[in-house]
Design a protein around this ligand. Structure first.
Ligand SMILES: Cc1ncc(COP(=O)(O)O)c(C=O)c1O
Length: 402
């Protein structure tokens, strides 16, 4: 699919005024230094896009413009006037991941979208929800809570993710999923390890056994190349503010068209628009969603998802080489990962938490501490606004303080 098809849709471009950017050809090598120059300069080195990304100048400015317009006019009239643009934005978001068989409801983040499915999906009485201890903690909590309230079984997978090959992992799910499983919850890219999971095979198995499948794509949209029609989950929940360069507070719930009736209790049942039913949360920071128009233009113009994934993997591999043999990664070099790497030192006496704090407090380098059972890791997210010299700075600093 031509990702730039979206560019021909004028209502969105009208939101961006004259701030259009040059379009690159996807056949050419991307000029990554130029891409970096499209982001604001900062005295903080942000190696934590896994929590929240950075908006490029275009997105930041378009958000300010929209907010300014909103603040000078009657809010609901302006919002009503933006209906067409929001529909265009939704079309663009669907196209970006080739979601031909899905519709999208916008939300504030992945958490909100995940909750909608976890709490509102119609699961036959007595059937279980299947999760794994590498899923996001809030997701695990919500699934446990629902199961407890409805007196339904919960299945929790617990394995050493770092040592399992993809085929073994698929087998673990295959053995766990039965006809008594109602909802299978999967994570596309795990938040601690950054592992890209073999979800296509698992989804196929789950659906053959008649389960509903919720795919948590909080870390995957805008990070790796995705074809949702190929993966085929019933529900896909994501945040656009991590890897898609969008304003904070933008997320989405993608629902397979033939599974809309599997969601009950929408927020706003009176609405005739099936998806507005899941979007209407009362007066809120609607204008954030308009910022998605600029994110779409940015990603469609400069960053084809395959090139982006390749670049993020390249930067992660650069980091791995630079760190050398003294570190242990939670996904092996031969494994599936892109822009997230988590590691611990084999020989340092300094605790990972202290290193993460010192990196930020003393050197303005933002990373994240992640924990699994009794192990702690330093999580580093690479992104398109970084270059090799940024990774050098991080590794050199770590060498001084460890
Ligand atoms: C796998 C996963 N799911 C869900 C979330 C929640 O995302 P948000 O805070 O944007 O709602 C995160 C956040 O890091 C995550 O990594």
């Amino acid at each position: 699919m031509d990702r730039r098809k979206f560019m021909g849709t004028l209502p969105i471009l009208s939101l961006l005024g004259d701030k259009m950017m040059e379009t690159i050809s996807f056949d050419k090598e991307v000029d990554w230094i130029k891409v970096k120059s499209l982001f604001p300069k900062s005295d903080v080195l942000n190696l934590n896009s896994g929590s929240a990304g950075v908006m490029p100048n275009l997105v930041e400015q378009s958000l300010i413009d929209v907010l300014t317009e909103l603040n000078r006019r009657p809010v609901y009239k302006v919002w009503g006037g933006w209906k067409e643009q929001v529909l265009e934005i939704k079309r663009g978001l669907l196209e970006y991941i080739n979601a031909d068989n899905h519709s999208i409801a916008l939300s504030r983040n992945a958490t909100e979208s995940l909750k909608q499915v976890i709490y509102q999906s119609r699961i036959e009485a007595g059937k279980s929800i299947l999760i794994a201890d590498w899923d996001y903690p809030n997701v695990c909590h919500d699934c446990k809570y629902r199961c407890e309230k409805e007196n339904r079984p919960i299945q929790i997978l617990s394995e050493n993710l770092s040592t399992l090959e993809d085929t073994e992992l698929v087998k673990v799910y295959e053995n766990a999923i039965t006809e008594r499983t109602g909802l299978v919850v999967l994570t596309h890219i795990t938040h601690r390890e950054g592992r890209i999971m073999p979800v296509k095979q698992i989804i196929k198995i789950a659906k053959e056994k008649g389960c509903l499948v919720l795919l948590d794509g909080a870390q995957s949209y805008g990070h790796i190349h995705i074809s949702l029609s190929d993966l085929n989950p019933d529900f896909f929940a994501t945040s656009f503010h991590k890897w898609f360069n969008s304003p904070l507070g933008c997320g989405g719930l993608f629902v397979k068209n033939d599974k809309r009736s599997s969601l009950q209790h929408p927020y706003f049942p009176e609405s005739e628009d099936a998806f507005e039913q899941f979007e209407n949360i009362g007066t809120s920071a609607y204008y954030q969603w308009l910022g998605l128009a600029a994110s779409l233009v940015f990603n469609n113009n400069h960053l084809h998802s395959k090139q982006k994934q390749k670049r993020l993997r390249f930067l992660s591999d650069y980091l791995r080489n630079k760190l050398g043999d003294d570190v242990l990664f939670s996904v092996p070099d031969t494994g599936q990962y892109a822009g997230i790497s988590s590691f611990t030192f084999r020989s340092s006496n300094t605790k990972e938490g202290l290193l993460v704090n010192s990196l930020y407090n003393d050197f303005k380098i933002n990373t994240k501490l992640v924990k699994r059972k009794d192990a702690s890791y330093i999580r580093v997210s690479t992104n398109v606004f970084l270059e090799e010299s940024d990774i050098d700075k991080f590794v050199d600093t770590l060498g001084i303080i460890k």
